[in-house]
Design a protein around this ligand. Structure first.
Ligand SMILES: [Zn+2]
Length: 205
């Protein structure tokens, strides 16, 4: 049977972490808690990301207890869905017709990878076993057509950045393949930055 990891949000639990754990811990081998929400806020004290007030104590108690009880503990992070970071439109991902996605970051942004890496390092201060990342890729095939992505990708398919369209890519299977390869490489580059942040913590132990 496949194990299901249950992911909780602090705001959905209306008792203390201690009370919750004392009731359910014996049923749990592993458990997850949301650490960074789609609104960009985190539920633990942070010098990097905005903090969802009122959950720091809960989070601390939750991860401390689940470690003490030897429950595999995961913390989730929404990555590219980040309404707070995306308040600056220059980071927002864009459709081919120029429509910005107000809560969604373009995955081709080193600054954002570094930002995510700082959050990973902050999470590393807690006794957790795993960080689950959500929303790590481009949202759909039609993304991203922001200025930066156009400028980088268009020359690879012999096109002017301003004239690059999604149809131009889908009409030519080679170009479409290149689009996928290029995007995959961007996603991997971003993940490598987060991975090396996580590795640096393991090395520091
Ligand atoms: Zn982009």
């Amino acid at each position: 049977m496949q194990k299901a990891l249950i992911l909780f949000r602090s705001e959905d639990i209306d008792v203390s972490a201690r009370e919750f754990m004392s009731t359910y811990a014996s049923y749990m081998q592993e458990v997850g808690i949301v650490g960074k929400e789609p609104n960009g806020h985190v539920v633990f004290p942070s010098k990097t990301a905005p903090v969802e007030e009122g959950y720091a104590e809960f989070f601390d108690e939750w991860v401390t207890l689940s470690e003490a009880l030897e429950i595999h503990t995961a913390v989730s992070m929404d990555l590219y869905t980040d309404a707070w970071f995306a308040r600056d439109p220059k980071y927002q991902t864009m459709t081919a017709s120029g429509q910005l996605m107000p809560h969604q970051i373009c995955p081709n942004r080193e600054e954002f990878w570094e930002y995510g890496a700082e959050i990973v390092k902050e999470l590393g201060a807690y006794p957790i076993d795993e960080i689950l990342l959500f929303g790590v890729g481009f949202i759909r095939d039609e993304f991203c057509f922001c200025d930066r992505c156009r400028k980088e990708f268009a020359p690879l398919v012999d096109q002017e950045p301003a004239r690059l369209t999604h149809a131009y890519l889908t009409e030519n299977p080679d170009y479409h393949d290149k689009w996928h390869e290029w995007r995959t490489e961007k996603v991997l580059q971003g993940l490598r930055v987060l991975q090396s942040a996580a590795d640096s913590l393991i090395g520091a132990e």
